[in-house]
Design a protein around this ligand. Structure first.
Ligand SMILES: [Zn+2]
Length: 249
């Protein structure tokens, strides 16, 4: 089974160098794009990550990391981006979650017919504390995953979920971080989530500056590199230069 992968732009912000790179220069600035990824070629269209809707809430929650706040044009909403390809949120068959950070899962509630694939150990870690006091997973989404949408949730690690679509637990950035590996005509492509946020992280082997476990980030980068795949980091605007139409057959 071979799929097409299209990066859907969902917003933009600017990050200081010390958050983009381990021991990075706080005076440097890096543009981050927000993405969700559309996977076509299966029975129904699928997504990797769900998109951001509440930009103001994200900006206040992540203010310490943002050198310039997130902006989202009307064309960059998840709904507008899907519409460009003729899809509605209800058409989406699967949503694969790279990790439970707000900007990646805020809009998970609109994909009413989708199966939701999340890291099992990540979801367990996120819900381990009474009151879900962790800062990395918003309560409304955890409630959805564990209660309202429970029958649509597939919690697992390191499994082939569909022919040509595999998730691998990588951790590092958060305990719930998983990479989504998808077979394309150009070979395997891996959407890494924030454990690899920029192409430079993997190409220069410099870990991201925002992490739960630095050694785990390093192990994850090694694991990803060994797969010899096309790496699709979570926030690199250069993706549009390398793959203007996405990774397509
Ligand atoms: Zn992110």
């Amino acid at each position: 089974m071979k799929y097409n992968i299209r990066p859907l732009p969902n917003g933009r912000c600017v990050i200081a160098g010390n958050y983009a790179f381990y021991r990075g220069n706080p005076d440097e600035r890096y543009t981050y794009m927000l993405f969700l990824w559309l996977i076509e070629g299966g029975e129904r269209p699928m997504l990797v990550d769900a998109g951001l809707k509440n930009v103001d809430e994200m900006n206040s929650g992540a203010a310490h990391v943002l050198a310039e706040p997130i902006t989202q044009t009307p064309e960059q909403t998840a709904v507008a981006q899907l519409d460009k390809y003729g899809y509605k949120p209800k058409d989406i068959g699967y949503v694969f979650i790279t990790h439970l950070h707000f900007d990646h899962i805020d809009q998970l509630d609109i994909y009413k017919n989708a199966k939701i694939v999340v890291s099992k150990r990540g979801l367990e870690a996120a819900t381990a504390n009474p009151g879900w006091v962790g800062s990395w997973a918003p309560g409304k989404t955890l409630r959805g995953l564990t209660q309202n949408w429970k029958e649509r949730v597939i919690a697992l690690d390191d499994k082939t979920v569909l022919p040509g679509v595999e998730v691998i637990w990588i951790g590092g950035h958060t305990p719930c971080s998983q990479a989504v590996c998808v077979q394309t005509e150009a070979g395997e492509a891996i959407m890494t989530g924030d454990t690899v946020s920029l192409l430079a992280n993997i190409e220069k082997q410099i870990p991201v500056g925002v992490y739960d476990d630095l050694e785990e980030v390093k192990r994850a980068m090694k694991k990803l590199k060994e797969r010899n795949a096309i790496i699709l980091p979570s926030h690199d605007p250069g993706i549009f230069d390398r793959f203007p139409e996405g990774v397509i057959g």
